[in-house]
Design a protein around this ligand. Structure first.
Ligand code: 0O2
Length: 267
């Protein structure tokens, strides 16, 4: 095929890669602006090279004239996440979008490949506007953690170097490192859960303290001053203990007292 013809074939895919990169980076920015954690860490895109397309045609016996129907990863997007849970959040984000339609899904995280490869693959149908009108093309989106990406990048370059004939001793070490990557991701997820727990108990703690202080402030307006000072001292003692359960129980008792004085609704 003439180079000019290849250019024409690849142009919409090149545009799709650019557009999808912009769109996924925009998601990161939306989270950033809302001061929220983004499940997407980074996004990269690539257009499959002509030699890789030809190689795939040869391997899979695909006639050149069928490449746009049968090769689904001419446009490729890779999304990197910090944690495994984020991958599934990203899949949901994509599922809920109107500008791309999921055509195929492969969960190589739940079912890792025999090589140890882990990643979530989506083939989406994506509309591209061209001079000839709208064209629906395929794009592949690979979603993986930073750790999975590290392993896949090294393994891919070894595959390339050894042309599918990776020596047995290296394959064994790659399998072992895939297991280490799996453990690393699990460990990171458990640290993540702990951080989330710590964050939510900090928020609960802050809300209870503010509720207690509000009640004490209101009691000053309606109750016996000496009694309120006693309650306040008691609160300081409990606060020093840094025990959420004791704080909760104190807040409940104070609620009852404040209710007795109808002090809760005071501003
Ligand atoms: P490249 O150079 O990354 O584009 P198919 O897509 O039909 O060829 P398959 O196995 O049906 O092959 O699809 P699958 O499993 O979704 O794999 C598609 C892509 O996933 C591959 O593209 C790789 O990028 C990646 N991949 C799949 N398995 C492995 C693996 O064991 N190791 C690594 N490092 N990457 C993998 P290409 O076209 O093979 O290569």
């Amino acid at each position: 095929m003439e180079i000019q013809l290849w250019r024409e074939i690849l142009m919409p895919y090149e545009l799709a890669v650019k557009e999808l990169e912009v769109k996924f980076n925009h998601i990161i920015n939306e989270y950033r602006v809302q001061k929220m954690y983004s499940p997407i860490e980074t996004v990269t895109g690539r257009l499959k090279s002509i030699s890789s397309i030809l190689e795939k045609c040869r391997k899979k016996d695909i006639p050149i004239e069928n490449i746009t129907e049968q090769i689904e990863d001419i446009a490729g997007i890779r999304i990197m996440c910090q944690f495994v849970e984020d991958i599934y959040r990203v899949v949901d984000i994509i599922r809920n979008r109107n500008d791309m339609e999921i055509y195929q899904e492969k969960d190589y995280i739940a079912n890792a490949k025999p090589s140890g490869y882990r990643s979530y693959h989506l083939i989406v149908k994506y509309n591209i506007e061209t001079l000839e009108g709208t064209r629906k093309i395929f794009a592949e989106i690979q979603i993986r953690t930073l750790a999975m990406n590290f392993w896949a990048t090294i393994e891919h370059s070894l595959q390339y170097k050894y042309r599918q004939n990776i020596p047995e001793h290296i394959t064994k070490r790659l399998t072992a490192s895939a297991e280490a990557i799996l453990k690393l991701d699990e460990e990171m997820s458990s640290i993540h859960d702990e951080i989330m727990d710590a964050q939510s108990s900090f928020i609960i703690h802050a809300a209870i303290v503010s509720e207690i202080l509000n009640n004490i402030q209101n009691l000053y307006k309606v109750a016996n001053r000496r009694e309120v000072i006693k309650i306040q001292d008691e609160f300081f003692e409990i606060y020093k203990l840094n025990d959420l359960e004791q704080l909760k129980s104190f807040a409940r008792q104070l609620d009852i007292i404040a209710e007795g004085y109808r002090a809760q609704s005071l501003r």
